[in-house]
Design a protein around this ligand. Structure first.
Ligand code: PXP
Length: 253
């Protein structure tokens, strides 16, 4: 039997809707609480440099909700002095290091660990020392995986955006290539002793393919689940996603 894959909900998009009006609703803290009650295993929140969705006080309140539910907070952040200092104060379960560009609509690519090995390595070293699990959000690229191992990152999260886009665009050859690349990178990371997570662009259709890959331990999903919650509610959306993950796991167990 494979270990159960954890499901983390990214609540950034609740804050995006809230901030569109500048008021208090919808509240990402309430979403975090409801999602944990509905069975997600953890909450992810990305405090961007420009504070376009999650703001500082959200992060502290989400941490409190996670602590109350004894659930992990995955604090997503750019590798900047400001965010490293914030994470060291916040002490989340995990800090997911991502690239950040002001012009992008979402996190469009993986972190270039090979190109900034000392810089990222220093953040990982500080987090390892502080007992915060550093997770590097990278492309399914063997060089990036090797660099993650070199700086002793305990976790990598593979960017599944291109894979999921190819599925939606019905680009079969690209999808097959991306899925193979992902599976190979997952095996490589696992053999190097790195825990593997995956996220970005995952929906009901694409989740079975990703959950089927052995050694994937956690999926972090945001935009689709929050969008789906508009139609069927957050609890139902989480329940359906959980079922699809469990069924995918069963099909290869
Ligand atoms: N994981 C990371 C590191 C991300 O940056 C994001 C996007 O914010 C996600 C997971 C979730 O992606 P999506 O919102 O497309 O499900």
């Amino acid at each position: 039997m494979r270990e159960r894959i954890r499901l983390g909900l990214n609540v950034d998009h609740v804050a995006t809707v809230r901030n569109a009006r500048g008021g208090h609703a919808p509240d990402p803290i309430r979403a975090s609480r409801l999602a944990l009650q509905a069975g997600v295993d953890g909450i992810t929140a990305h405090l961007r440099e420009d504070r376009r969705h999650i703001i500082d006080k959200d992060v502290w309140a989400i941490k409190e909700v996670c602590d109350t539910h004894r659930a992990p907070l995955n604090f997503e952040m750019a590798v900047t002095d400001e965010m490293v200092a914030m994470a060291l104060k916040l002490k989340p379960h995990a800090a997911c290091l991502v690239p950040e560009r002001r012009q992008e609509r979402t996190t469009e690519g993986g972190l270039d660990v090979t190109g900034q090995i000392n810089h990222v390595g220093e953040a990982v070293r500080l987090f390892n020392k502080a007992g915060i699990r550093a997770s590097l959000f990278i492309a399914a690229d063997p060089l990036q995986v090797a660099a993650a191992a070199q700086i002793e990152a305990p976790v990598v999260e593979f960017h599944t955006g291109a894979l999921c886009d190819a599925y939606r665009e019905q680009e079969r050859a690209v999808f097959d290539r991306e899925l193979k690349r992902l599976a190979a990178a997952v095996t490589q990371a696992h053999e190097l002793g790195i825990e593997v997570h995956a996220g970005h662009g995952i929906d009901y259709d694409t989740v079975p393919f990703i959950a089927n890959i052995p050694h994937v331990r956690e999926l972090n999903i945001g935009h689709f689940l929050i969008g789906e919650a508009i139609f069927i509610g957050l609890e139902a959306a989480v329940t359906r996603m959980r079922l699809l993950i469990d069924n995918a796991e069963r099909s290869v167990a």
